[in-house]
Design a protein around this ligand. Structure first.
Ligand code: ZN
Length: 289
């Protein structure tokens, strides 16, 4: 069985696949203080009954995927500088490959649902905004493995400061913190994006307005991306994308106004079908047979 593992900031998701069919899903929690080799030994324990043919790993951070090196990862300080396949090889005797978590998510969604397309983009919407780019059927990494940082595209010149050092980044406005700010500024008593979603579903006007704004900001970011790459389809994944039906109308309306001959282009924008295990499922497709 092919195993895919998604190592995020606080959770590890594991999926087992037979061909393109998901056979099992498992989730482990872990602490950032836990030594990486201890974490891998717990993963080994979680899949001890499985006959493994390959392991793919998606990890949050800057990954030199050819060497398997995690160059930096703000969310996983203890994992920085580690050769991930080497670490796993102490525990598993199989074919192992690694890539960035957004890239593997994009790769999985593409392999299962969009393989007939050439150019495809998956955007992850959560605490941060990231993306995986597929060009001509392959993951596009860029020259320094930094392609796809769509969260740091400027959407408002001289806008609010971002942790990356730039101002007015897309992520500042529609990362979960930015969305919460919009809700708080409208006087909504909410603690997480889901609360705003629940209010909007009940018809709360201010909560609906927040998601309309999300659609507008996202459209400004996507305008830049669509003009540059002319993709066939853009898929939206991550927790915030669960509110797709709430922000899509304003997203589409804004794109129509900003992109010349939008109807001719007809870029399809869809919510992710793989959902929260998308990274793990996609990672399973990484190692070449
Ligand atoms: Zn930024």
């Amino acid at each position: 069985m092919r195993i895919g593992i998604d190592i995020g900031g606080t959770r590890i998701k594991i999926a087992g696949l037979e061909d393109e069919r998901v056979i099992f899903k498992k989730e482990l929690s872990f602490s950032l203080k836990e030594e990486p080799d201890r974490v891998v030994s717990r993963i080994k324990q979680a899949v001890r009954d499985v006959s493994i043919s390959s392991i793919g790993i998606g990890i949050a951070g800057l990954v030199e995927y050819k060497k398997g090196l995690l160059i930096s990862s703000p969310n996983l300080p203890l994992w920085k500088g580690i050769n991930i396949p080497l670490l796993f090889r102490d525990f598993f005797n199989t074919n192992i490959a690694v890539d960035n978590d957004a890239n593997v998510y994009a790769w999985g969604e593409y392999r299962i649902f969009y393989r007939d397309l050439d150019n495809f983009l998956l955007i992850t919407m959560g605490t941060g905004i990231g993306s995986g780019i597929i060009l001509k059927g392959e993951v596009y990494h860029g020259s320094r493995m930094l392609a796809g940082e769509i969260g740091h595209i400027t959407i408002i010149p001289d806008g609010r400061s971002c942790l990356c050092g730039n101002k007015g980044c897309l992520e500042v406005y529609i990362g979960s913190k930015g969305i919460l700010d919009m809700a708080w500024n409208r006087g909504l008593q909410v603690e997480e994006v889901y609360d705003i979603y629940a209010l909007a579903k009940k018809g709360n006007r201010k909560a609906k307005e927040v998601f309309e704004k999300v659609g507008v900001y996202l459209a400004i970011g996507l305008t830049n991306v669509i003009q540059l790459l002319d993709p066939d389809t853009i898929v939206l994944g991550g927790g915030v994308s669960n509110a797709f039906e709430l922000f899509y109308p304003s997203l589409e309306q804004e794109l129509k106004q900003r992109i010349y001959e939008w109807n001719v282009r007809s870029v399809y924008i869809r919510p992710s079908q793989l959902g929260s295990f998308g990274g793990a499922i996609g990672a399973a497709f990484l190692p070449e047979p």
